[in-house]
Write a protein that binds this ligand. Structure first.
Ligand code: ADP
Length: 353
């Protein structure tokens, strides 16, 4: 059986301050939804509202179509993994994994079934060989696997992951990211809500990303959608790297300073200010459509690319250029260009203002 999650106008306030503002969001059964946003944007609060650790001041939370807003956490059929593992130090790995099963009253797992369920969860997380160890005898990555095994042992419909990789170093993190992707393939019916401030984690794992800022949902879509067609400046700058340039839109077209650009203006009324969003790797060096002329102010070598910073009429434009034979000296006049289809025009005032 698989269950989705639905937030229906969920708000949470602490001492009169709204930290989650009317969240409407649906996680489809079997979907991985990342909640992505800066620290303090309300992500963990949203997750805790699903778990049952915070009570919404308004709105309802549904799991598998059932209104769980008033239910205690242990009746919600969820598994949860947090950043700090939260293993019991005095219990061996197998006892830690069994703990959730024993604590759960509904549905109760028959005692005779517990060892098999623990073995299954340890197997799934590659921790079978460590069953008799204590948490202190494990690395951070291994401890996090045990925490995941413990969450999986109850065979949850819904898995809540709160920054599960942020305590790990970069190399372990990318290994665990691949592990989580594999686990999801093995458990395709489990819906996952994944809180992170790391766009790489969100882009890698999620079917869809919900972008949060200032207690609000700013944007939601597939990673490709958000990257190629962000709806807000916030999304454009938080998901991937972006040039965000102030442009004017009138009946003749779009201008950046004195430079006329050939761009579709759909969705932006003539006479209004807008922001042009174009990804640095889609800006080319040399003549082409939408030519921008300026001077190089900085060059950074990044291994496979050079990042050029070019001053165009007082605007700083970033271009990630591959196979640059010679590094242009600072102050060199250059021309940059980008294809119309690689740019997005964002109307002013769509950024939660
Ligand atoms: P995120 O997960 O995006 O970092 P949180 O949901 O943890 O954000 O927090 C959102 C806001 O709510 C923050 O400003 C935080 O300080 C505040 N907050 C979180 N938990 C509590 C609490 N128990 N009491 C008071 N304020 C809280």
């Amino acid at each position: 059986m698989s269950s989705g999650i639905r937030f229906d106008g969920v708000s949470v306030a602490y001492g009169g301050t709204t930290v989650l503002d009317r969240l409407d969001l649906t996680v489809e059964p079997g979907e991985v939804m990342a909640l992505l946003g800066p620290s303090g944007s309300g992500k963990t609060t949203a997750l805790r509202a699903v778990a049952g650790f915070v009570t919404p001041s308004s709105g309802r939370v549904y799991i598998g179509g059932r209104d769980v807003t008033g239910l205690p956490p242990y009746k919600r059929g969820i598994g949860m993994v947090v950043q700090q593992y939260a293993l019991f130090p005095h219990l061996r790995v197998d006892a830690n994994v069994a703990f959730g099963l024993k604590a759960r009253k509904e549905p109760r797992t028959p005692k005779t079934e517990i060892p098999a369920r623990v073995a299954e969860a340890l197997e799934m997380t590659g921790m079978t060989a460590y069953a008799r160890r204590y948490p202190r005898e494990l690395s951070g990555g291994q401890q996090q696997r045990v925490a995941i095994a413990r969450a999986l042992a109850i065979r949850p419909d819904v898995l809540l992951l709160d920054e599960p990789l942020s305590a790990l170093d970069a190399q372990l993190r990318s290994g665990m990211l691949a592990e989580l992707a594999r686990l999801h393939r093995e458990l395709p019916d489990v819906s996952i809500l994944y809180v992170t401030h790391d766009q790489v984690e969100a882009l890698t794992l999620a079917d869809r990303i919900a972008v949060m800022d200032k207690a609000r949902l700013q944007d939601c879509g597939t990673p490709q959608d958000l990257y190629r067609r962000p709806r807000t400046e916030f999304t454009a700058s938080f998901v991937g790297n972006a040039n965000l340039l102030p442009v004017k839109v009138d009946t003749h077209g779009v201008t950046l300073g004195d430079t006329a650009l050939a761009l579709p203006t759909t969705g932006v009324a003539p006479g209004s200010a807008a922001t042009l969003c174009v990804r640095p790797h889609l800006v080319g060096l040399g003549e082409g459509p939408n030519a921008l002329r300026g001077r190089v102010t900085e060059v950074q070598w990044r291994g496979s690319t050079h990042r050029l910073y070019v001053d165009v009429d007082g605007h700083r434009v970033k271009a990630d250029v591959r196979e640059l034979r010679e590094t242009p000296p600072l102050g060199t006049r250059v021309t940059l260009h980008f294809a119309p289809e690689d740019a997005v025009l964002l109307a002013a005032g769509v950024n939660g203002e």
